[in-house]
Design a protein around this ligand. Structure first.
Ligand code: XMP
Length: 583
């Protein structure tokens, strides 16, 4: 399909969110590099320039083809997009060193055009350092906040609009109306997009690409690979689509059976489970560091895949590879860098790389976002339990089962207890690997953990002590590796938490809920469990979610009965400064 709106990616993590929001309005939008020549954008009804972390004054910062601003196509600049528009058209952008992050109150000077249907003070979400000081000649200021005089500007006759805040995020309640006004009012777009209505077209496409060849998949059991597999199954029939699920032994309780049953109910006849648990466990037996674990898992995956490709003769000309790649994975931008890295890793199997190089690959979901994949899945009649699952990382429980080589004591600090356990974090753009601070119970303010981390160089994470079998001061780091016993303990804890959060409905209040095992306890009870319920949009940032007290009590009651569990903690750290996974 030809997009009516193109979002130019200036490096912001919100770029895909903008395209998704436009599609949610029923208008097909795609993402393209910011420097896409104006000539290539001819025929678009509108263009949006995304935000980004740069300053227009940085050498090599993203820019756009200036012709675009004279092409007669309506353009909306968001955040960095506004600064870029002002900079190119002769306005003045002032360099900021501290920036403004968070909520602001927008006072509107105009309530037509971009702000039609919006009146009164509006809460908006700001995240910027530089700001437009003077709009370009011919532009009107449409709204201001206390710290940002040009919070919105336009030259309506030329179809040029810009806002400093982020209309695409939920924290800007009037954002959807602003995007609606731009897309339908300024651009004159018509509704042309309904992902669930695409099923026929996708199936036709699959038949056209496959011709008389069969398709094989390595399925993960996640939403994307299941929906992609089902589409191929419908397009070609069950005899011509093969799926293999690799059981790494690092998955959650009941996962292999769940996947097997689901694929059977989808009508898959050629479906195989490869039991590689022993292979993974023995390769991981002395791994401790997060990067080492990931590296070993990647290598073993490659080995298993190559073995299957060869033994099943998938490399001969009768087969092509099917993959559940979705749209954000196909475009290089801030938000998809990690997904790219993960996918390249698995694709690096020599055999798979050859299939890709030869064009023997089919990715039926490559132009869809996650929510759209779910809508297609619903249309196909795939069970909601499968479609609405929380995301689960490929390396599985291995990155939630922390290991230790040495015994070490906890350390009393003024702020709490410094645990002899390190976890991964992300501060600025770089990764940290630091200790965890345990505090006594839950603080009153959400900001407490961030301010402790800002103050203390040694930590990147704060947890609340919820229950311990012994006094925390008597607990120690207990040497422990990725053994079947410890993975079993974690699997047990994870299953309890999943069952209780599902029964209480709390699973709908969170985006993801990692349950982590850390090697902290006593000789009889060597491990502790950490609960990490978070809310997020895309995993790039995350905020802690507090659970109701009675649910927590019930979880603790059951977890404390697992043999070997010495404590239960609750992660109080947003991302950043911590990551979602502990690794
Ligand atoms: P972090 O820990 O970086 O996680 O805050 C962000 C999101 O990415 C998921 N994640 C992965 N997903 N393979 C995946 O498919 C991986 O290797 C992987 N590592 C992290 C994580 O669960 C969270 O949703």
């Amino acid at each position: 399909m030809r997009p009516q709106v193109t979002v130019l990616d200036a490096g912001g993590q919100y770029c895909h969110l903008i395209a998704r929001k436009v599609r949610d309005l029923g208008v097909y939008a795609e993402v393209a590099p910011s420097e896409t020549p104006a000539a290539e954008l001819a025929g678009r009804k509108g263009v949006i320039i995304s935000g980004g972390p740069s300053s227009v004054y940085d050498p090599g910062s993203p820019t756009i083809d200036p012709q675009l601003l004279h092409a007669g196509i309506p353009v909306l600049g968001i955040c960095y997009g506004q600064q870029l528009m002002a900079h190119i058209l002769g306005g003045r952008v002032e360099k900021g060193d501290r920036g403004e992050y968070g909520f602001a109150q927008l006072d509107l000077l105009r309530t037509d055009g971009l702000f039609r249907g919006i009146t009164g003070r509006q809460q908006v979400w700001m995240s910027h350092r530089d700001a437009v000081q003077d709009p370009p000649p011919g532009f009107d200021v449409l709204g201001s906040t206390s710290t940002c005089t040009v919070a919105a500007m336009a030259s309506a006759e030329r179809g040029l609009y810009a806002v400093q805040f982020h209309p695409e995020v939920a924290h800007t309640p009037c954002g959807t109306q602003i995007l609606t006004n731009f897309v339908f009012g300024a651009c004159g777009c018509v509704k042309d997009w309904d992902p669930a209505g695409q099923v026929q077209a996708i199936e036709n496409q699959i038949r056209a690409v496959a011709k008389d060849r069969n398709i094989f998949f390595f399925v993960s059991g996640g939403v994307d690979s299941t929906v992609a597999y089902t589409l191929c199954l419908r397009a070609l029939g069950p005899e011509r689509v093969h799926g293999t699920y690799v059981d790494t032994g690092l998955m959650r309780q009941g996962e292999t059976e769940f996947v097997r049953e689901n694929f059977a109910s989808l009508g898959a006849r050629a479906f195989a489970v490869e039991d590689a648990a022993q292979q993974f466990l023995s390769a991981l037996k002395s791994a401790v560091q997060p990067e080492a674990k990931r590296h070993i898992i990647g290598e073993e995956f490659v080995r298993v895949q190559q073995r299957i490709l060869e033994s099943e003769h998938f490399l001969d000309g009768r087969w092509i590879l099917g993959q559940g790649t979705i749209y954000p994975d196909t475009i290089e931008s801030g938000g998809s860098a990690k997904a790219d890295l993960i996918k390249t890793h698995h694709n690096r199997v020599a055999g798979i790389q050859k299939l890709i190089d030869d064009g023997r690959i089919i990715e039926p979901l490559a132009s869809f976002y996650k929510d759209e994949v779910r809508a297609i899945g619903r249309q196909l009649g795939i069970a909601p339990e499968l479609l609405d699952r929380h995301p689960f990382p490929g390396p599985g429980l291995a990155i939630r089962c922390l290991c230790a080589t040495l015994e070490a004591p906890v350390e009393k600090l003024q702020e709490g207890w410094l645990l002899p356990v390190q976890s991964v974090g992300v501060q600025g753009d770089s990764r940290t690997y630091r200790a965890v601070l345990a505090i006594d119970g839950f603080p009153d303010s959400h900001e407490e953990s961030s301010s402790l981390i800002n103050k203390m160089d040694r930590i990147n994470r704060v947890v609340a002590e919820v229950w311990t079998s012994a006094k925390l001061r008597d607990m120690r780091a207990v040497p422990g590796f990725l053994t079947a016993e410890r993975l079993g303990r974690l699997r047990h804890a994870d299953a309890i938490v999943r069952r209780l959060t599902h029964a209480s409905g709390f699973d709908h209040a969170v985006w993801q809920f990692p349950v982590v095992l850390m090697p902290l306890g006593t000789p009889e009870r060597p491990d502790s469990v950490v609960l990490r319920p978070i809310d997020s949009v895309d995993g790039m940032t995350a905020s802690v979610v507090r659970m109701p007290k009675d649910l927590l009590d019930e979880i603790v009651r059951e977890l404390s009965a697992i043999p070997g569990i010495a404590g239960v903690f609750y992660d109080l750290t947003n991302k950043p400064p911590a990551t979602i996974e502990w690794e």
